[in-house]
Each structure stands twice: as structure tokens, then as C-alpha cells.
Design a protein around this ligand. Structure first.
Ligand SMILES: Nc1ncnc2c1ncn2[C@@H]1O[C@H](COP(=O)(O)OP(=O)(O)OP(=O)(O)O)[C@@H](O)[C@H]1O
Ligand SMILES: [Mg+2]
Length: 395
């Protein structure tokens, strides 16, 4: 055994002290520090040692200090009864220190394993101790089992700790990813808004000026060729103005200023115009108040869902439902098209739906995708609104 371990033996009877201690010295690693194997004669002494040596047993320990590799497993070998307590008292005390409230480590399974060595062990007492969290109970005649039992207990402790650390690592990584996604989404929207402003001020301004100049030329010229060229140029400018407005609208949907319902209706109307597929919008009321970031997430969800429908669904009907009942905003976009297989969601180069899922999380919501091949697809965004403070418009 090479992994770090602490071993505490509580025994007041001289006859058992040396025998148990000798056996335990084979359990701790050979090069372990001296304080890895400690023998005390009372529960009071044991508590003092615990408070000094094990971070989770100190009064000032917080949940945070209990997490992680700092808590090396403790093998506690305890006589029953002790001079000042019983093994059950010891287990109960340790359970309260390592309770679910502070850590997921549990008696006999995580940071602490308790082995009881008792001269007065009865079947009933053994059952009681095991039920309370003892890892094993031995009589002095069974001391040959102490070493293998201790090794098993420690192996289990180490495995539990590794699993716990892996869980903590995963949770931290997940949290970092969520924060990064939120930051990226916010940056993307800010960047889009900045580009939209540039297009509006620079390109839009220049095109409007050209349009006025062309109108001036048309008014002041009688040359038919000149008038024809001015008219054609004017048409091109008008086309470019329309295109720049469309681009601006995609980059920073100004329609959101008119509310989520109006925005979704506008998206549906554009979809119908482009695809010829009927898209109906049903909303629980004419206006649904949401914080700006939630409205943006809902808008982008509807936008991507409709883009997907026009690319893949081959449908004849699209339905969009928008409700804010019971403090939850729900947006469902469904089609009656070819549907998809669940594997489609995991295509390596498909980021639309994955992005929507992440977007939903950034506002405390979630995304459901329901689909079966041949039976259409429904994308549902749900965002609880009740406990959110409405933030300022950011874009
Ligand atoms: N409404 C739909 N009907 C049928 N299939 C769909 C529908 N929406 C999505 N899919 C399938 O799910 C896949 C994943 O969609 P997703 O939006 O995540 O990626 P994508 O559209 O392929 O690529 P990206 O959005 O990154 O440009 C699509 O490739 C398509 O096969
Ligand atoms: Mg897509």
C-alpha cells in the first residue's frame, strides 16, 4: 500500500495494545511519517488528536476544507467499550462530523473506516455497530483478520475519495465551461451589436447620401441616358440599403425592442415569405415581458429552429407557441416534417442545437428536443422568470 493513510488505535487494555498496534504497523506504508500510526488510550485523547490532525474534525473546518485530497483516509481501530465511551459513541460522533451536510464522504465508505476490536462482542452488538457504520468488528481471537480487513477498508476509502475528487473536478470543469459559454455568448451579442452600429452609421449613412445625390442628378438632368443610369444606380442603392438593414436586423434584432411576441411574429413572417411554408404564432398574450437577455435567447432559439426547419424539415406547417404561464417562459417551435434521429444531435460539425442548449443555460433555462423520424420536430425552450431580476438591455 503506497497511498497516504492515517491510522488511529484507541485501546485502554494493555493486553490488546501491543498486538493490535503490531498488526496495524503492517497496514501503513513503510516510508509513512511516524504520525501516520497513533495509539491513544481514551476517546478523549482520540478527540484531541482528531481535532489537531484531521481537518474535518476541527471545530473551524468548513465544507470546503473537507473536500479534496487534503483529507487522507483515516483507519480508526477502536476497542468496545473504551474507558470513557463506547465504539457506538465514537461512530456516532464521526458520523455527525462527516454528515451529508458537510461532505459526501461516509463512514466506512469514504474518509473514515472504523474497525472495532472487542473482547465482549456479541452478535447483537456486532449487528448494531455494523448498522451504524462500522466497517468490521473483530474479537481478540479474530485478530488475524485485522490486517486484511484494514487493507480492504482503506482500499475502499481511497476508491471513494478518487471518485469524489473526479466528481469535484467534473463539477468545477462544468461550472467553468458554463461561465465561459455565458461570457462568449454575451461577447458575441455585444460584438454583433457593435458591427450593426458600424453598418448603420458608416454604410447606411453613405448609401443614403448616394441615394440623395442620385435623386439630385435625376432632378437636374434631361439627358435620357443619364436619367436611365441614375435610376438604375438608385435601384441598386435601394437594394443595398435593404440588404444592410437585413444584415443589421440579424446582427442586432432591433425588433426585440417591440417585445418578444412581435419579434417572433416578425421571424415567422420572414420565414413564410422566404420558404412559402405556413408559420403560425400563438402567444398567451399580446405582450410577454421578459428580461432583455431572456428575450435574446428566445429570439435566437426561434431563429435557429426556423433556419433548421428550412434546411432539413421538408415540412408543410410550422407552429410557434409562446407562453409565460406559472412564471415560466416557454417557446415551442414545431414542424410536421421529416423529423430526425437522436444521432443527428451529436453530428460532429453541428453546433446550432448544442449552442441553443448552452444559451438556455446562461439564463437559467433548458432546451428540449422532441423528434421522431417521419413525425416532425419540436424544439422547446423553457426559462423560469419568477426569480430573475430584469437586467438592463445590453445590446
Ligand atoms: N427541424 C428539423 N427537422 C429535421 N432535422 C433537423 C431539424 N433540426 C435539426 N435537424 C437535424 O439535426 C442536426 C443538428 O442540427 P444543428 O442545428 O445542431 O446543426 P446544423 O444545422 O447541421 O449545423 P449548424 O446549425 O451548426 O449550422 C441537423 O444537421 C439535422 O440533421
Ligand atoms: Mg442548425
Amino acid at each position: 500500500m503506497t497511498e497516504p493513510v492515517r491510522c488511529l488505535h484507541i485501546e485502554h487494555k494493555a493486553s490488546l495494545k501491543a498486538r493490535v498496534f503490531d498488526t496495524l504497523s503492517g497496514v501503513v506504508p513503510q516510508n509513512a511519517p511516524v504520525q501516520s500510526l497513533i495509539q491513544v488510550h481514551s476517546w478523549e485523547q482520540a478527540r484531541e488528536w482528531l481535532a489537531l490532525s484531521m481537518p474535518w474534525a476541527s471545530q473551524s473546518a468548513t465544507g470546503a476544507t473537507l473536500q479534496g485530497a487534503a483529507c487522507e483516509p483515516l483507519l480508526l481501530v477502536c476497542a468496545d467499550p473504551l474507558s470513557d465511551a463506547t465504539a457506538l459513541d465514537v461512530i456516532t460522533h464521526l458520523s455527525s462530523l462527516l454528515g451529508q451536510d458537510t461532505t459526501t464522504m461516509t463512514m466506512g465508505q469514504g474518509a473514515v473506516a472504523v474497525l472495532v476490536v472487542s473482547e465482549t462482542l456479541t452478535t447483537q452488538r456486532e449487528e448494531q455497530l455494523l448498522r451504524s457504520g462500522a466497517f468490521d468488528c473483530l474479537s481478540p481471537q479474530q485478530l488475524h483478520r485485522l490486517r486484511p480487513s484494514a487493507a480492504r477498508a482503506l482500499a475502499l476509502c481511497h476508491a471513494q475519495q478518487r471518485a469524489l475528487l473526479a466528481d469535484q473536478d467534473r463539477a468545477v470543469t462544468g461550472q467553468r465551461l458554463a461561465e465561459l459559454t455565458e461570457h462568449l455568448q454575451a461577447s458575441i451579442e455585444q460584438e454583433r451589436a457593435a458591427i450593426a452600429r458600424e453598418i448603420h452609421d458608416d454604410i447606411g449613412g453613405a448609401l443614403a447620401a448616394v441615394k440623395f445625390d442620385l435623386a439630385w442628378v435625376s432632378r437636374h438632368s434631361t439627358d435620357p441616358a443619364m436619367l436611365a443610369h441614375a435610376s438604375a444606380a438608385s435601384e441598386m442603392v435601394q437594394h443595398a440599403l435593404g440588404a444592410s438593414q437585413r444584415i443589421m436586423m440579424n446582427l442586432r434584432p432591433a425588433i426585440l425592442d417591440q417585445g418578444l411576441v412581435a419579434s417572433v411574429q416578425w421571424l415567422a413572417a420572414g420565414f413564410e415569405r422566404r420558404t412559402g411554408v405556413r408559420a403560425t404564432v400563438r402567444a398567451s398574450s399580446d405582450t410577454i415581458d421578459t428580461p432583455r437577455d431572456v428575450a435574446m435567447v428566445a429570439y435566437r432559439t426561434a431563429q435557429e429552429a426556423m433556419t433548421n426547419i428550412s434546411k432539413y424539415a421538408h415540412c408543410t406547417q410550422v407552429r410557434i407557441e409562446l407562453t409565460d404561464t406559472e412564471g415560466v417562459l416557454t417557446l415551442e417551435i414545431s414542424d410536421n416534417g421529416c423529423g430526425m434521429a437522436s444521432a443527428d444531435l451529436h453530428k460532429p460539425k453541428a453546433f446550432g442545437i448544442k449552442g441553443l442548449t448552452e444559451r438556455a443555460r446562461t439564463v437559467g433555462g433548458w432546451l428540449d428536443v422532441g423528434s421522431q423520424p417521419g413525425r416532425g420536430t419540436a424544439i422547446t425552450l423553457s426559462v423560469p422568470l419568477s426569480r430573475r431580476a430584469a437586467p438592463e438591455a445590453s445590446t
